[in-house]
Design a protein around this ligand. Sequence first.
Ligand SMILES: Cc1cc2nc3c(=O)[nH]c(=O)nc-3n(C[C@H](O)[C@H](O)[C@H](O)COP(=O)(O)O)c2cc1C
Length: 219
Amino acid sequence: MKIIVINGSARKNGNTATMLKSYLEGASSVSDVIETKIVNLYELQYTGCIGCLGCKAKKGNNYGKCVVKDGIYDLLREVTSADAVVIGSPIYFGEITGQLRSFLERLVFPLYTYRLDQKILTPKRFPVTMIYTMNVTKEMFDQIQLGTSLKRLEDLMERIFTTPDTLYAYNTYQVNNYDNYELEVFSEPAKAEHRRMQFPIDCQKAYDRGKKTAQSLLE
Ligand SMILES: Cc1cc2nc3c(=O)[nH]c(=O)nc-3n(C[C@H](O)[C@H](O)[C@H](O)COP(=O)(O)O)c2cc1C
């Protein structure tokens, strides 16, 4: 049983990574037979899909597989054979990060077909969890309908894998010392209070989701 966690943030100890680690702790608490792995995308050298259509070539053995031999070639194969996948991203300009987007292009396009029967080539429909962290408050998230742009990605994940379970951490604390940066629009005391009171609850939710996913894999 293998759960792969994809960190789409550049920060290995940032808000997203902290949530993902809580998820993994929850999953690991269930049983030793659950193998877990965290992948920091920003440590890998790769591009988004280059549109070579090698994954759709009729000849050869690569139908349904990305043929681009760069830093995620093996990882893509590992992810498609995992038992559960967790994807975390900070929100950058209302979307997931570019690095994660590039990774998902490479993961999803080979599994997506242009066949008349619209067959999806996913070998295993594993559970997917999406974890997002962001500066905006829940109220702002709703007001600017940020969920609508994220839903497009979630719909795609649903089509290729399964309906993703989603988890959001709002109003995150961005830097260790707000005085050192020009971040006037944010109230540091309000952010600090939110981090003290709410972020542990968000991490606990991630822990519980990890535990639940692991338990479901053992059923
Ligand atoms: C380039 C960039 C763009 C960002 N854009 C947004 C945004 O559109 N909305 C938002 O709520 N937060 C935005 N943020 C804030 C991050 O999403 C937030 O601080 C997040 O929790 C950082 O996660 P990390 O600690 O894992 O890097 C942005 C941050 C950066 C660096």
